[in-house]
Design a protein around this ligand. Structure first.
Ligand code: ADP
Ligand code: MG
Length: 387
């Protein structure tokens, strides 16, 4: 799908409003939500560990107005398509993008809350399918709006995140965890959030980045693999946990793992070693941030990459190459972001190294793989909101 996306949110707002007034007349209320990054904590969610995401300055914005009927009319500025649908289960629209919005409406209703017909125009600048969770941004924008417009904001924020997650499960065929929607709903400017995936408790950690930038380098490759590597990793973790008599690897230490080393396969050992290390690395990064010690943050990011590459084995040649280039350029921290086998690296870069790093990574990656990576600088920003 090719979409024309917007560089800045002012231009985007203007375009949205133009389309709204031409199509529906007058004006609606503006809502926004954000994509996300995850600084560290990968493949930890299903092991009951920690993730450490934040919302970013790449957003979805929607202008919405109740229309007094039981039908919804939605125009996507980026895809240049209209969808019209009712609010009953059998009314699902055929367009994939509209199913995210329909799904949110249905999941709100299934929880006993109200959705009525509305007209809406929306656009975004979260790159689609790049691992920044444009889908969660879309879901949480509309979930927030449905809460605000029809329910006096009675639905609590965690439930809004779950509405987005259930939308993916029930209407989009994506069996995702809660992190993306959580980050998109709870995101706060200049703060990352450490989410405990076992208790669902979370804490904000200030992340101001004086003298550093965060930038994603998108390899634009996605390796489709035979038999689901994701499920195989999960099964390894479950086998080791079972052997240790615990529910998840969250409760395992390296000593525990070494006690049963002879009773498990070498592969399962490596998988568990990564997960146990990764839990600790998230905690280390949080401690380091409280001291403003970005050097340690960066070291842990490199260690995560190494673990994902050598122990969990979810990297690929292109991502390892991007990681090597970051190291060569003196970048403070770099690692694969997301599940692996393609997508982006996330890089913590000193201000004065930023331009040379981007120049080198762009040139060298192009020379080796025949296409340039995409570069997305990000700033940690607010999540779902009414504008
Ligand atoms: P991501 O990693 O970005 O979440 P997904 O495949 O989960 O990738 O979600 C991308 C899908 O979300 C798109 O194919 C589209 O259906 C929908 N979407 C996201 N952003 C937009 C947008 N700006 N306009 C229309 N649809 C969008
Ligand atoms: Mg998604």
């Amino acid at each position: 799908m090719s979409t024309q996306q917007h560089e800045c949110s002012n231009a985007m707002e203007q375009k949205i409003h133009e389309e709204f007034s031409t199509r529906f007349g007058g004006e609606g209320i503006l809502f926004a939500s954000a994509g996300r990054i995850n600084l560290i904590g990968e493949h930890t969610d299903y092991n009951g560990g920690f993730v450490f995401p934040g919302a970013i300055d790449k957003i979805i914005e929607a202008e919405i107005r109740p229309n007094g009927t039981d039908r919804c009319r939605v125009y996507s500025v980026d895809i240049k398509e209209t969808a019209e649908f009712g609010l009953k289960e059998e009314d699902a629209p055929s367009q994939q993008w509209a199913r995210y919005i329909f799904g949110v409406c249905r999941e709100v209703q299934k929880r006993g809350f109200v959705v009525k017909g509305f007209d809406a125009v929306f656009a975004g600048n979260v790159p689609l399918g790049a691992g920044l969770s444009s889908s969660a941004a879309l879901e949480s924008c509309f979930a927030f709006a449905m809460n605000d417009l029809f329910n006096d904001n009675k639905i609590d924020k965690f439930e809004l995140a779950k509405i987005g997650q259930s939308t993916e499960h029930n209407y989009c065929g994506v069996n995702c965890g809660i992190m993306d929607q959580f980050a998109s709903v709870f995101g706060k400017k200049d703060n990352l959030m450490r989410l405990d995936c076992r208790s669902m408790e979370f804490e904000y950690f200030p992340f101001k980045l004086d003298g550093y930038k965060l930038v994603l380098v998108d390899s634009q490759v996605k390796h489709e693999l035979v038999d689901s590597p994701y499920n195989k990793r999960r099964q390894s973790c479950e086998r080791v946990a079972e052997k240790l008599g615990i529910e998840t690897l969250r409760d395992a230490t390296m000593d525990d793992l070494n006690r049963i080393k002879d009773e498990i396969s070498e592969e399962d050992y490596k998988r568990a070693e990564y997960v146990i290390g990764e839990k600790q690395r998230v905690l280390d990064v949080c401690d380091a941030l409280e001291r403003g010690d970005y050097q340690t943050v960066g070291e842990r990011m490199y260690q995560t990459h190494e673990g994902m590459s050598k122990l969990y084995e979810v990297s690929c040649e292109e991502l390892d190459y991007l990681n090597d280039l970051a190291k060569e350029c003196g970048v403070t921290g770099s690692r694969i972001m997301g599940g692996g086998f393609g997508g982006c690296t996330i890089n913590l870069v000193k201000d004065d190294l930023y331009d040379p790093f981007i120049a080198v990574v762009t040139k060298k990656f192009q020379e080796k793989y025949g296409h340039e990576p995409k570069i997305y600088p990000v700033v940690i920003s607010d999540g779902a909101r009414r504008l």
